[in-house]
Design a protein around this ligand. Structure first.
Ligand code: AMP
Ligand code: TRP
Length: 329
C-alpha cells in the first residue's frame, strides 16, 4: 500500500442503523476517504454475540453495505467487506486470546458490564470475548487510526494494549492503533432519555431514528422527543441535555452551526425548534433513502466480494507472519 495512513472501522449488523451511527461514525469515515487508506467492514461475527435470526442477519448485512454506499463510501477508494468472509479475523482473534489478553482486561470493559448487567454468567462467552475479535479486526491491517463513536474508545485502547504485549513477546509484528473520536456528535443520545445513548438495539422505538424509518415516522418521533424544563433554545448539555442532543442532531444533519441555530431560535420555544428539526430529519431521510433504494442486493454483493478479495490479500499476509512468530509454522 501507499504511504497513506490506514484506517479501519466497522459496524455490526445487530439492529437497524440509527442516525447516531451515521452522525457518530459514518460521516467521519466519508470525509477520511481522500486522505487515508480506508477499510470498512460489516462486522457480522460481532453481531452473533447476542441471538440473531438468520434471515434478519442476512438482510442486515446487505442493508449495512448499502448504507455505507448511500452515505458516500466509495468502493473505488475504500475496501468494503464482510468480516466473516475473511477467516483471518477469527483466527487472529484466537491467537490474541492466548497471547496478549487477560481475563481481567475483559472484565473491565464497560460495554460488557452494561450489556450483561446482572446476568454476567449467563451471557455467551462471545459477548465477553468480543473486544479481542475487535482488536484482531483492527491490527490485522496495520491500522493506525480507528474512527469510532465515544463508546468504542475503551475497546480501541484494549487493542493497543494487546498489540503492544504481542510485540513485546514476539517482535514488532503489529502497528499500534489509535482511536479517533469526533468532537461533535460522538454520542447522540436517545430521544426518550438523554442520559442513554441512542442505540439500534433499544427496545423503545421512540428513542431512536433508524436510517430506514419512513420520514413520517421520524417526524413523529422528533415531535415526541423529551425536552428539558425551561423554554429557551440554548446549547447547555449540563442543564438541558435533551435539547443539546436535538441541537446536535440538527446541526449535524443540516450543516448549520449550533451558534447560528441559537440565534435563529432566540425568543422562540421548543415547539418551533422541534418542528424545524422534524423537517430537517425528514428531508435528510428522504434523500438518504433515495440513494439507498437505488442500490440492488446484487450490487451490494458484488462490492462485498470485491472487498473480500482485497482484504484477504492483506489479512493473509499478516496472519502468515503471526503463525511464523508464534511457532506454528
Ligand atoms: P454499534 O451501533 O454499537 O455497532 O456502533 C457502530 C458505530 O457507531 C461505532 O463507531 C459507535 O461508536 C457508533 N455509534 C453507535 N451509536 C452511536 C450514538 N448514539 N452516537 C454516536 N455514535 C454512535
Ligand atoms: N465493536 C464495534 C461496535 O460495537 C464494532 C467493531 C467491530 C469495530 N470491530 C471493529 C469498530 C473494528 C472499529 C474497528 O460499534
Amino acid at each position: 500500500m501507499s504511504h497513506k495512513k490506514t484506517i479501519f472501522s466497522g459496524i455490526k449488523p445487530s439492529g437497524d442503523l440509527t442516525i447516531g451511527n451515521y452522525i457518530g461514525a459514518i460521516t467521519q469515515w466519508v470525509e477520511m476517504q481522500e486522505e487515508y487508506n480506508c477499510i470498512f467492514s460489516v462486522v457480522d461475527y460481532h453481531a452473533i454475540t447476542v441471538k440473531q435470526k438468520p434471515e434478519d442477519l442476512r438482510r442486515r448485512i446487505l442493508d449495512i453495505t448499502k448504507i455505507y454506499l448511500a452515505s458516500g463510501i466509495d468502493p473505488k477508494k475504500s475496501i468494503v467487506f464482510q468480516q466473516s468472509a475473511v477467516p483471518a479475523h477469527t483466527e487472529l482473534g484466537w491467537v490474541l486470546n492466548c497471547c496478549g489478553t487477560y481475563i481481567s482486561d475483559l472484565k473491565r470493559m464497560i460495554q460488557f458490564k452494561e450489556k450483561a448487567g446482572d446476568k454476567q454468567d449467563a451471557v455467551s462467552v462471545g459477548l465477553f470475548d468480543y473486544p479481542v475479535l475487535m482488536a484482531a479486526d483492527i491490527i490485522l491491517y496495520d491500522t493506525q487510526i480507528v474512527p469510532v463513536g465515544e463508546d468504542q474508545k475503551q475497546h480501541v485502547e484494549l487493542a493497543r494494549d494487546i498489540a503492544k504485549r504481542f510485540n513485546n513477546q514476539y517482535g514488532p509484528v503489529f502497528v499500534i492503533p489509535e482511536a479517533l473520536i469526533k468532537k461533535e456528535g460522538a454520542r447522540i443520545m436517545s430521544l426518550s432519555d438523554p442520559m442513554k445513548k441512542m442505540a439500534k438495539s433499544d427496545d423503545n422505538p421512540v428513542g431512536f431514528i433508524a436510517l430506514l424509518d419512513s420520514p413520517e415516522v421520524a417526524r413523529k418521533k422528533i415531535m415526541k422527543a423529551v425536552t428539558d424544563s425551561g423554554s429557551e433554545i440554548i446549547y447547555d448539555p449540563k442543564n438541558k441535555p435533551a435539547l443539546a442532543n436535538l441541537l446536535t442532531i440538527h446541526s449535524s444533519l443540516s450543516g448549520e452551526s449550533i451558534k447560528s441555530l441559537e440565534k435563529k431560535f432566540a425568543g422562540r420555544g421548543y415547539g418551533d425548534f422541534k418542528k424545524e428539526l422534524a423537517e430537517v430529519v425528514a428531508v435528510f431521510l428522504t434523500d438518504f433513502q433515495k440513494k439507498f433504494n437505488k442500490i440492488s442486493d446484487a450490487d451490494a454483493k458484488k462490492i462485498l466480494e470485491n472487498g473480500r478479495k482485497q482484504a484477504t490479500k492483506l489479512a493473509d499476509a499478516k496472519m502468515e507472519k503471526v503463525r511464523k512468530v508464534i511457532g506454528v509454522r
